[in-house]
Write a protein that binds this ligand. Structure first.
Ligand SMILES: NC(=O)c1ccc[n+]([C@@H]2O[C@H](COP(=O)([O-])OP(=O)(O)OC[C@H]3O[C@@H](n4cnc5c(N)ncnc54)[C@H](O)[C@@H]3O)[C@@H](O)[C@H]2O)c1
Length: 466
């Protein structure tokens, strides 16, 4: 399939180059590397030659398979070579979209056997990620695997080893880590804009049946049309259940719940910004609050993680929250809290607000001073006045910073551009297997903690459960 999007992408990038990405009210005086995030995107605007052509196969052509494929095809020089899915309706849909000549199959190994396919997008249900990734790498394919990279923590080790051994590119699909907004947050944090980091509060709330995964189930869903026997090859044996096929996220037998679906975005995003290797302890609690539709994973869930002092960052706590029946109407925010301010990452945009402590310690006002004798109050006031100037007693102020990406900016497209650039140039991907696992393991540990009601201890340097 030919891709005709290179011109429009080029135009978009030129437009970004012409208009600064920063719609900020404040000077970035403290940032030596001010234009870094902006430059990062512009470098992708380069000519594609016939040798740069990359042919892809899609494995798992559901909701995200469609989004991933549409986005991948916007990257110049990328062509579709085949689609695999278990449900017959999605194969029909693929043919309707790309024509009857498109290679389709319900067996992903047929895609891997094709010599004309360079890379695969693995967009299946989580429970299949590790198996297909290992088989794809063994067949010499580059892999873009959706998040979470694995369904179980112990699947992470063979995937990391295989990625290393294969010499092929493996990128995990948490597109936020390619966002220029996240890159800007990372720069601002490193530049000390909010002082010393001590907390990250991350929230991903929704308030709709679709948002809570009650996707429409097709009328013809049955064991035959879904290839159920193949679907459960990597799971415990189960009788056909349309919900477990189409609402798989809600069931622990095949899915990873809000932790694998949404905590993972908050974890990969915050790890990218802080450069963290991960937490050392993980606790999670949850409840089935509203969506009592047979699911066995919570619809309201929180996690608390402790990140140790490390060469990458000071010690901080991460709180994670998902509420699927949230009266906020839904929100996604990562708030980084430091000793001198906060960075709010909302979508791809960020704001920085400062709050600086005065140099002088507090004295008087809401204080114990007024409860002392008059003579003691007077004596201490005198000493304080002699020690601290009025200037030292004031809070210093610093302007807010607002960073907005241009309308139409797409972090997903940047993530795919990163992936295909790595295949073409050999540069390191932004979200390799190790990064993917550093986010997946604590997310999956949240489910373990929820079921066991225990704190999970994790060694973030050696990537091992303790
Ligand atoms: N990066 C993101 O923002 C994002 C967003 C949504 C979903 N996802 C991820 O994408 C993946 C798919 O999610 P979805 O919402 O598209 O689910 P979905 O149920 O819509 O699609 C999954 C598809 O995989 C197919 N499938 C399952 N096992 C297969 C196998 N062995 N071989 C071939 N096809 C198989 C199913 O038939 C189904 O069509 C998940 O891992 C999810 O976490 C990522």
């Amino acid at each position: 399939m030919k891709n005709d999007n290179s011109n429009s992408r080029r135009k978009f990038l030129q437009q970004i180059g012409a208009t600064s990405l920063v719609a900020a009210s404040s000077p970035f005086a403290s940032l030596a590397n001010q234009a870094k995030a902006e430059e990062r995107i512009l470098q992708y605007d380069r000519k594609i030659t016939a040798n740069d052509k990359i042919r892809i196969g899609v494995i798992g052509y559901g909701v995200q398979g469609h989004f991933d494929l549409n986005t991948a095809l916007k990257v110049p020089g990328v062509e579709l070579a085949g689609i695999c899915d278990l449900y017959t309706g999605r194969i029909d849909n693929a043919k309707e979209k790309y024509g009857n000549d498109l290679f389709t199959t319900n067996n992903y190994k047929d895609i891997l056997d094709r010599k004309d396919i360079d890379a695969v997008l693995i967009c299946t249900t989580d429970v299949w990620h590790a198996r297909i990734t290992l088989d794809a790498l063994a067949k010499g394919k580059h892999v873009y695997c959706e998040k979470p990279m694995v369904y179980k923590i112990n699947e992470g080790y063979p995937v990391m080893a295989a990625a290393k051994k294969s010499g092929k590119v493996l990128q995990v699909g948490s597109q936020r880590v390619s966002s220029i907004g996240y890159a800007k947050a990372k720069e601002l944090l490193a530049a000390g804009e909010i002082g010393k980091l001590n907390m990250v509060n991350a929230v991903y709330d929704r308030q709709s049946s679709i948002g809570s995964w009650e996707y429409t189930i097709p009328k013809d869903a049955d064991a035959m049309t879904t290839n159920w026997d193949k679907f459960i090859e990597v799971t415990e044996k189960m009788a056909f259940d349309a919900k477990k096929f189409f609402w798989w996220r809600a069931f622990k037998e095949v899915g990873t719940g809000v932790a694998g679906d949404l905590f993972i975005h908050l974890l990969s995003g915050s790890h990218f910004i802080t450069n963290s290797k991960g937490p050392e302890s993980i606790y999670s609690t949850g409840q089935l609050s509203y969506w009592k539709d047979g699911r066995n994973l919570p619809d309201v869930m929180s996690g608390v993680m402790q990140y140790p002092d490390s060469p990458e960052h000071s010690a901080y706590q991460l709180t994670l929250q998902v509420n699927f029946i949230s009266g906020t109407g839904g929100q996604e925010v990562i708030r980084l809290v430091g000793s001198e301010g906060i960075i709010d990452v909302i979508g791809n945009n960020i704001t920085v607000k400062h709050s600086l402590m005065p140099e002088a310690p507090g004295f008087g006002g809401y204080d114990s001073l007024f409860t002392f004798s008059k003579s003691m109050q007077d004596e201490m006031q005198k000493e304080y006045d002699a020690k601290w100037t009025p200037e030292q007693r004031k809070r210093k102020t610093k302007e807010d910073i607002i960073f907005k990406v241009p309308a139409g900016y797409d972090d997903h497209l940047d993530h795919f551009t990163n992936f295909f650039d790595s295949i073409r140039t050999g540069k390191k991907v932004i979200e390799d297997a190790e990064f993917g696992f550093r986010a997946a393991a604590p997310a999956l540990a949240c489910n373990d903690s929820y079921f066991s009601k225990k704190i999970v201890h994790w060694d973030p340097v050696n990537l091992k459960l303790k």
